[in-house]
Design a protein around this ligand. Structure first.
Ligand SMILES: NC(=O)c1ccc[n+]([C@@H]2O[C@H](COP(=O)([O-])OP(=O)(O)OC[C@H]3O[C@@H](n4cnc5c(N)ncnc54)[C@H](OP(=O)(O)O)[C@@H]3O)[C@@H](O)[C@H]2O)c1
Length: 332
């Protein structure tokens, strides 16, 4: 190993991300100093939040600077270390970016057990997206037995866990996803009670039929017309965990939601949240989800791009719904 392939942010997108917004370079593999370690990255996570980091607008986190390595969650193996707590052979999860190697002093890194679940699961079902599902559903929606829980982007990294946790809570779990293949997967493999294809043309009618008792908890991942439609079906004193609004991430103009009045009439409680705000829940969630995944109680799928050269296209594809389950890059 002599070179470190890296994907840099080349330009800020205006609207949809383009492959030309990224630049791939090769630099020398960095050398760890005293108290540091060198990590060989095996897996990179591709997540919707990265679209926000490509822009300079106000957000909950700082943008990536032009020319910097793209931000991203990673799982890697320690290949050189003079660190007190991490030794060669350890697997670590953290945010080391779109590159093959990184040097770290250990800050923000978590040692994980690759024998409990496959290492890349710590980027998905037993990692940040799983913890997001847990926090939004259990802390902010607080569903009760017998209630109806609806989640959008239902077959994605977050949504797939939301539906399965809702079933564990004794709820009716209804997904919203793009296309028959995804909806069949939600029902047949993930155990959702129903799944509505929002691309089929009858979202309101189909969702109404899938939720005969209305909607008590809505886990919002997409915003836009899907959110507007769900608002019409919310029950009195329902809860909405506002997790993401991916339909707007590449828009120049945000979607104008029209059914706001439902929030008043139905006394809806809406909580926007960022998973990292509650690290106590995060740690509890990934620990429990890891065990449940190892026991086969939580199921998941992955869409894998091979090599960092494939990362920009895979990222753009994920934003457009090309992924089924967690979108990953096998780095090396
Ligand atoms: N608040 C937090 O802390 C936090 C943490 C993690 C993730 N999130 C948010 O959670 C959401 C899901 O993230 P994820 O990692 O699980 O991604 P994901 O669901 O695995 O992938 C994104 C999915 O979004 C759907 N999508 C894209 N454009 C859409 C549109 N216009 N309308 C409806 N659906 C659309 C696509 O599925 P379809 O084919 O079904 O359309 C696509 O597969 C995102 O909004 C993300 O920003 C928030």
């Amino acid at each position: 190993m002599t070179t470190n392939k890296q994907v840099l942010l080349a330009s800020r997108p205006n609207g949809w991300v383009q492959a030309s917004d990224f630049r791939i370079v090769e630099t020398p593999v960095p050398s760890p100093g005293p108290g540091q370690m060198l990590i060989k990255i095996h897996w990179l996570s591709l997540d919707p939040y990265m679209r926000g980091r490509m822009s300079s607008g106000k957000s909950y986190a700082n943008p990536v600077e032009i020319g910097d390595v793209m931000v991203g969650g990673t799982v890697g193996e320690v290949v050189g270390s003079s660190h007190g707590r991490f030794k060669v052979g350890d697997f670590v999860v953290g945010s080391l970016g779109w590159q093959q190697y990184a040097v770290s002093n250990g800050e923000g890194l978590l040692r994980v057990d690759p024998k409990l679940v496959p290492p890349q699961a710590y980027l998905g079902v037993a990692g940040m997206p799983g913890a997001t599902a847990w926090t939004g559903l259990l802390e902010h929606c607080q569903p009760r037995t017998g209630e109806t829980v609806v989640v959008s982007a239902a077959t994605g990294a977050v949504g797939g866990v939301v539906g399965q946790l809702a079933k564990m809570q004794g709820c009716r779990a209804v997904g919203i996803a793009g296309g028959k293949v995804k909806c069949d997967y939600a029902v047949q493999e993930l155990g959702f009670d129903a799944c509505v294809d929002y691309k089929a043309g009858g979202l309101y009618e189909d969702l109404k039929a899938a939720c005969p008792d209305g909607i008590d908890c809505y886990f919002e991942n997409v915003g836009g017309v899907v959110m507007d439609t769900v608002l019409r079906l919310l029950n009195p004193f329902s809860r909405m965990a506002l997790c993401g609004m991916i339909s707007d991430y590449n828009s120049v103009e945000p979607y104008g939601v029209t059914n706001i009045r439902s929030i008043l009439v139905n006394r809806v409680r809406i909580q926007g949240f960022i998973v990292s705000d509650r690290m106590d829940l995060y740690m509890r969630a990934i620990q429990q989800l890891g065990v449940w995944v190892s026991q086969g109680r939580i199921r998941y799928r992955e869409t894998v791009a091979v090599g960092l050269d494939a990362a920009p296209a895979a990222f753009i594809g994920m934003l457009k719904g090309a992924n089924l389950g967690k979108q990953l890059v096998r780095v090396g």
